[in-house]
Design a protein around this ligand. Structure first.
Ligand code: 5AD
Ligand code: FES
Length: 361
């Protein structure tokens, strides 16, 4: 394939209301570095034009590692009896939230495993207490819940919700998520959007059994959902899961998927995921920021709990001092010539094209 043909395919994918699956697959098949560089440059250009130069920070508090599910890839799965489980008290969550605000960060992400007996009213109280004390956006990431629970937390002040589809491939989804259904996951995403949450989805790259066709379908799923936020992570095998012996997701494919996600979503907020920073001993998040990503997620889970939120092994930022991430991230973005954006970083979906008209290119 010539470079000009790759360029033409990228332009078609960018312009299409729904890209052609064959076009997306052709990009996923690119192995030549010059072609990949063309893709990455295109995605970086879309990022600059639709979301600008700033890198947004979202402070994450992993408040509980209990989980009722048995997802094939995840270290928090309930069958992992080797994992020390913890649940923070409301006072501990509020103290961590205080640390995030003191660092000047305006988004707090409250994440947990999918707790069997999460007390919806407890979480409502925590959300309301944070909102009463601080002028911040709150993102929840607590899994599949009823519409009524989502509504309760929205009313208490939650702004956003992350619920990755993980894979849009129905057969693979079923294999990896015993007792769960892709239909219910999509129902949740729809409820969240209906209730007015800024909604995030995303996937895992390099899952055993995942094909290029199914990765292409993930990109189409992202496009159709018009999500406010999207996240692409490499699969990292965990010893206490059924996928223990599987190989790690490929960095290049993760970057290609990140770039395609930027091109189809234009102004979605896309993190350089912690998993990208953790997959091979080197921190590859800076690379992700140059192929479409515009968000970093500093970890504010207090010690000693932080090490026990082991979704996958060798997670970055676990041994660092609490509160170390923001400075580290400021250095990371400075090295790329990009500023940290200390704004809330709300969805840009309500104002599509605003930045498109700025004379940045
Ligand atoms: N490797 C990478 N990411 C993982 N996640 C869960 N398990 C793994 C793994 N083994 C991601 C899922 C989930 C998020 C909280 O963590 O995408 O949505
Ligand atoms: Fe967390 Fe570097 S980003 S310590």
């Amino acid at each position: 394939m010539t470079l000009s043909r790759t360029q033409a395919i990228l332009e078609r994918i960018f312009a299409a209301a729904l890209p052609d699956r064959g076009d997306v697959e052709a990009i996923l098949r690119l192995e030549d570095e010059r072609h990949q560089a063309l893709l990455f440059g295109f995605a970086d250009h879309v990022r600059a034009r639709f979301v600008g130069e700033g890198v947004l920070l979202r402070g994450i508090i992993e408040f509980s590692s209990y989980c009722r599910n048995t997802c094939g890839y995840c270290g928090l799965n309930r069958d992992n009896t080797a994992l020390v489980r913890y649940r923070l008290g409301a006072d501990e969550v509020l103290a961590a939230a205080e640390n995030i605000c003191r660092a000047g960060i305006k988004t707090i992400v409250l994440q947990s495993g999918e707790e069997d007996n999460l007390d919806a009213d407890w979480l409502r109280g925590v959300v309301a207490a944070i909102k009463a004390r601080h002028d911040v956006a709150i993102t929840l990431s607590v899994g599949e819940r009823s519409r009524d629970e989502y509504a309760l937390w929205k009313k208490a002040g939650a702004d956003r919700f992350l619920l990755k589809i993980e894979t849009s491939d129905p057969v693979l989804y079923k294999e990896l998520h015993p007792g769960m259904s892709i239909e219910n996951r999509i129902r949740c995403l729809q409820d969240l959007a209906d209730l007015g949450y800024q909604t995030g989805s995303g996937n895992l790259v390099g899952l055993p059994g995942q094909t290029l066709e199914s990765l292409a379908d993930d990109i189409l799923f992202f496009k159709k959902g018009d999500y406010d936020m999207l996240s692409v992570s490499p699969f990292i095998p965990h010893a206490q899961t059924v996928l223990a012996g599987a190989s790690t997701g490929d960095l290049a494919m993760t970057l290609i998927m990140t770039a395609l996600t930027r091109i189809v979503s234009r102004n979605a907020h896309i993190p350089a995921t912690t998993a990208i920073g953790s997959l091979n001993g080197r921190d590859e998040r800076p690379k992700a920021l140059t192929v479409g990503a515009n968000v970093l997620m500093p970890n504010f889970t207090p010690s000693p709990y932080r090490q026990d939120y082991e979704i996958y092994p060798n997670k970055r930022c676990v041994t660092e001092k609490p509160g170390a991430c923001p400075d580290c991230m400021a250095r990371m973005t400075a090295a790329l010539g990009r500023p940290v954006d200390y704004g809330r970083g709300d969805s840009l979906k309500q104002s599509p094209g605003v930045l498109a008209e700025t004379p940045s290119n």
